[in-house]
Design a protein around this ligand. Structure first.
Ligand SMILES: C[S@@+](CC[C@H](N)C(=O)[O-])C[C@H]1O[C@@H](n2cnc3c(N)ncnc32)[C@H](O)[C@@H]1O
Length: 245
């Protein structure tokens, strides 16, 4: 994926892993009209620098202390807006790399009347330490992450040992990571990484959500999930806990 942002492999202390830039710093700022739309939208969309400034103080941004629930890769926002609407007692942050999808999700939040309890940022989900202090995330949702099935693209996959090391720091004790995916590779990557890591335990796995439900009970069908249901293909779910201590 073209991230059109800069990722630093070995950031110095205090340096951010990922940097976006304002529209006028792009060579062709009008190429993607949603770039400026997101920049000018205002809350619930935060500019990337403003979101990074919330690191360690998300409760202040929301104006209240509440569990911080984060979704990476919100896509068109059906799940994110639905969850924010159903659980207004939580603070919700959606992280998405594509401008248009950030905007689509913002519109769904507005339609659902769920803007107060939610924020969105166009950011690279592989750079979560820029956005969260250790132990700041109370729940993490990842739905249908891009599979990158070809070996030479495997380095682009979100899930794996490096991401799980990062999450072991950022998730609070007892926090859950909940994955839904159409791709077996993602299930195996998460389960293997969690089982190999002393900070995690796998709480549940569903081989077919439509038949078995999710291991955690509730569900809001995402855009991609619906597509796989329509094709008659299974959608998997994995529930992992960051153990206390
Ligand atoms: C296959 S789509 C799934 C969308 C949605 N979660 C769903 O289930 O319908 C993957 C989503 O993740 C986003 N994405 C991919 N890589 C990302 C990254 N590094 N950081 C944030 N979002 C990312 C894509 O732009 C896309 O919206």
């Amino acid at each position: 994926m073209a991230r059109r942002g800069k990722r630093t492999k070995d950031p110095k202390p205090g340096e951010r892993v990922w940097q976006d830039k304002p529209p006028d710093a792009y060579d062709l700022p009008d190429l993607n009209p949603y770039l400026k739309v997101c920049w000018d939208y205002g809350r619930p969309i935060l500019r990337s620098d403003d979101a990074a400034a919330c690191r360690g103080r998300w409760a202040q941004e929301f104006g209240r202390g509440a569990p911080l629930h984060v979704e990476v890769g919100v896509g068109n926002g059906f799940f994110f807006a639905g969850m924010a609407e159903q659980h207004p007692d939580r603070n919700w942050l959606g992280v998405e790399i594509r401008f248009k999808r950030v905007w689509l999700t913002a519109r769904k939040l507005r339609a659902a009347g769920a803007e107060a309890q939610a924020r969105l940022v166009r950011y690279d989900g592989g750079a979560l330490p820029d956005l969260f202090a250790p132990g700041e995330i109370d729940a993490l949702y990842i739905n249908h992450p891009d599979p990158w099935p070809r070996g030479k693209h495997a380095k682009n996959r979100l899930l794996g040992p490096e991401f799980m090391d990062t999450c072991a720091v950022l998730l609070a004790g007892g926090a859950q990571l909940r994955l839904k995916t159409d791709h077996r590779i993602n299930v195996d990557a998460l389960v293997e990484a969690a089982e190999a890591h002393p900070s995690y335990r796998v709480l549940g796995l569903s081989e077919d959500i439509r038949a078995e439900g999710t291991p955690w009970g509730e569900d809001i069908v995402t855009n991609y999930q619906r597509k796989f249901y329509e094709r008659g293909e299974p959608v998997f779910a994995v529930q992992v806990e960051r153990v206390d201590g």
